[in-house]
Design a protein around this ligand. Structure first.
Ligand SMILES: *Cc1c(COP(=O)(O)O)cnc(C)c1O
Length: 227
C-alpha cells in the first residue's frame, strides 16, 4: 500500500473507534451510527484511498461537483451511497435525484415540490432529511425550529414525500450541544428517526446526544486544499 492509503486507512480506523466508543457511552448499539465521509474539494487520490478502505458513504455539498467526482465511479462501486449536504437549488432537483441517494438539505416548500416532480421524472427516490436552522442564523439555510413539525407534515401530505430525518449545522460560536439536543427533541415532534449532526470538531459529542450519522471531512481526509 502507498503511504497515502496507509494514512487514510489508519485515520478512518481511529475515527470508527471513536464513533464506537461514543455510541457505547451514549448507550447505543454498535453500528448505530453511520460515518459519512465528506469528500467535497478533496483530491482524487484521497478519494480513491478512502474507497479502498471499504468506506462507501460519502457526502458532497454541490451537485455538479458530485457528478464530476462520482458519476464515473458508480459502475465500479455499486454499493456507493452519496449524500448531498449542501444547499440545493430547485433547478438542480432533477440532477440531484438522478445521482444522489440521500438529500440532507430539504429546507423549503418550493424545493419539496421540485423534488416530488423530479422523483417522478427520474424514477429515483432519494431518501430525505429536512435541514433545520437551529441557530436561526440569517446566512444559513434551514427551516426554523418552530416550523419544523408543520413542514415535515406538509412534505408528507402535500408532496407525498417520506422524510427520514433531520439535519443541522450549529453556529460556530455557540456550544454545539444545545443545538444537537434541540434537533433530537424536534425529531421526536416530527416523528422521524434519523439525526444527521456532528462534524470533525464535535462528532463524538453529537453521537452521545443521539446522532445516527456524522459528517466528517477534514479529520478523515486531511485539510481541504485551498480552492
Ligand atoms: C464541509 C461540511 C462538513 C465537514 O466538515 P469538516 O469540519 O471538514 O468535518 C460537514 N457538514 C457540512 C454541511 C459541510 O458543509
Amino acid at each position: 500500500m502507498s503511504d497515502l492509503n496507509t494514512t487514510i486507512a489508519q485515520t478512518r480506523t481511529a475515527i470508527l473507534e471513536r464513533i464506537a466508543a461514543a455510541a457505547k457511552t451514549g448507550g447505543r448499539p454498535a453500528g448505530a451510527v453511520t460515518l459519512v465521509a465528506v469528500s467535497k474539494q478533496q483530491p482524487e487520490d484521497r478519494i480513491d484511498a478512502m474507497l479502498s478502505t471499504g468506506q462507501r458513504v460519502f457526502g458532497e455539498n454541490r451537485v455538479q461537483e458530485a457528478e464530476a467526482r462520482w458519476a464515473h465511479r458508480r459502475a465500479d462501486v455499486p454499493d456507493l451511497e452519496l449524500r448531498l449536504i449542501g444547499p440545493l437549488q430547485t433547478n438542480k432537483a432533477e440532477a440531484a435525484c438522478a445521482l444522489i441517494d440521500v438529500i440532507e438539505t430539504l429546507d423549503r416548500e418550493r424545493l419539496a415540490a421540485a423534488l416530488a416532480k423530479a422523483m417522478v421524472k427520474t424514477g429515483r427516490r432519494p431518501r430525505l432529511y429536512v435541514q433545520v436552522n437551529t441557530g436561526l442564523e440569517a446566512q444559513k439555510s434551514g427551516i426554523e425550529p418552530a416550523q419544523a413539525a408543520a413542514f415535515v407534515e406538509r412534505c408528507r401530505s402535500e408532496h407525498s414525500l417520506q422524510i427520514e430525518g433531520l439535519m443541522c449545522i450549529p453556529p460556530e460560536a455557540e456550544p454545539a450541544s444545545l443545538h444537537f439536543a434541540l434537533l433530537r427533541k424536534l425529531a421526536g415532534e416530527c416523528g422521524v428517526e434519523k439525526l444527521s449532526m456532528g462534524m470533525s470538531a464535535d462528532y463524538p459529542l453529537a453521537i452521545r446526544l443521539g446522532a445516527t450519522s456524522v459528517r466528517v471531512g477534514s479529520a478523515l481526509f486531511g485539510a481541504r486544499p485551498a480552492s
